[in-house]
Design a protein around this ligand. Structure first.
Ligand SMILES: Cc1ncc(COP(=O)(O)O)c(C=O)c1O
Length: 380
């Protein structure tokens, strides 16, 4: 008998099971009766009637799919409207929409670097930035988390073009990058700064204009930001924001733009409606941050080890991966959906519950969430 070429997959699965690291899909019904602290719908817009109506209208008008890559038939007038409004809202010269935030990050890192470029990457960066570094032909050096001095040292030791890459709000612990200091250390050697603002758009800055706005850097020379449309905008897709020549360069060279089908009209229409809502109702961003702080106070008050949130992501330490999985399952059984991060998603090996705050959480829901999480916490 010939050898099964997939035998090694069974070995991996057995090792995962032994380590308590099996992941599984849990399809949710449309009418799930749970309190959601697990999604990234920070502003509660995914189900907003204006947003879902705009998505449905866009599908009816433009079709279910975009029908081609952006450079062929996949750019509708809706795509360019979204790009113009997103750039203006966040304070950048231009924007380019991608199929996902993941694709936007791959595009930005690979198109802004070449052989001979040094990439300086924060140790806590999201997988999509890491994969962008791996795909690029540049040399990547990983620096300790939130350490502008380490970045300055790497830049000082390199002669040639350089790109510093960082999340704005780190997706595991919810802490923020020191953007103003990073921009300052990039200025002197003329390094570019790429900031992934997936968790900052809609939450940080004036009325949710994002982390660059919050740091006084929106539209700054040498700065490029990526965002996702799938979190606070409650839709799907990603974008790169920056100087017009950089965006034009991406149109001509970013492989995840050129060789990928354009974003479906429904999600473009939904994202555009969310953006317009956010402009009209700027208090949503502050409400979401306030909810995060209230959750954090309640958790630490009860003696749990929770990282102070800089935006809407909250992380609560668990004693180990199995305890974290069990804790999340207990919360879910009690009607509160929470996320669970454990290795290999967390390279530091620390397992956590991951909660996301939302602008539309009521006082009663915050109290219910706290009661459930505290009551089901593992006893150490
Ligand atoms: C920090 C960060 N960057 C990028 C992404 C990718 O965005 P998208 O889900 O739109 O591909 C995510 C999503 O999980 C994220 O958390």
């Amino acid at each position: 008998m010939t050898r099964d070429p997939f035998e090694w997959i069974g070995d991996r699965a057995a090792a995962r099971l032994r380590a308590g690291l099996v992941r599984e899909l849990r399809p949710r019904p449309a009418d799930a009766d749970v309190l959601d602290l697990a999604s990234n719908d920070y502003l509660g817009l995914a189900h907003h009637p204006e947003v879902t109506r705009a998505a449905a209208d866009a599908a009816l008008r433009w079709g279910a799919g975009s029908t081609g890559s952006r450079l062929v038939t996949g750019t509708t007038e809706l795509h360019t409207e979204l790009e113009a409004e997103l750039a203006a809202f966040c304070g950048f010269e231009a924007a380019l929409v991608f199929a996902t935030g993941y694709a936007a990050n791959l595009a930005a890192v690979t198109a802004l670097t070449a052989a001979g470029t040094l990439i300086v990457s924060d140790a806590g960066n999201h997988a999509s930035l890491i994969d962008g570094c791996r795909l690029s032909r540049a040399e990547t050096t990983v620096v300790p988390h939130r350490d502008p001095e380490a970045v300055a040292k790497e830049l000082g030791a390199h002669d040639g073009p350089a790109l510093v890459v960082t999340d704005s709000v780190f997706s595991v612990d919810g802490d923020c990058a020191p953007l103003a200091r990073l921009a300052a250390v990039c200025r002197e050697p003329g390094a570019a700064l790429l900031v992934d603002d997936a968790h900052g758009l809609g939450v940080l800055g004036e009325g949710g204009r994002g982390s660059a706005d919050a740091a006084g850097l929106a539209g700054a020379r040498g700065l490029v930001c990526t965002v996702t449309l799938s979190k606070s905008l409650g839709s799907q897709g990603g974008a790169v924001l920056g100087p017009a020549p950089v965006i034009e360069h991406l149109v001509n060279s970013a492989r995840t733009f050129i060789f990928d089908t354009g974003l479906a009209p429904a999600v473009v229409g939904g994202a555009l409606a969310s953006l317009r809502l956010l402009r009209r109702e700027p208090d949503r961003a502050a409400s979401a941050r306030e909810a995060a702080h209230r959750l954090h106070w309640g958790l630490t008050d009860a003696g749990l080890d929770a990282v102070a949130p800089d935006a809407c992501v909250l992380s609560v330490r668990a004693p180990g991966p199995e305890a974290a999985v069990h804790w999340a399952a207990e919360c879910r059984a009690a009607g509160v959906a929470v996320g669970c991060f454990r290795p290999p998603s967390v390279p530091d090996g620390i397992s956590r519950l991951r909660l996301s705050a939302r602008a539309d959480l009521t006082d009663e829901q915050i109290a219910e969430a706290l009661e459930t999480i505290v009551r089901t916490a593992p006893r150490s």
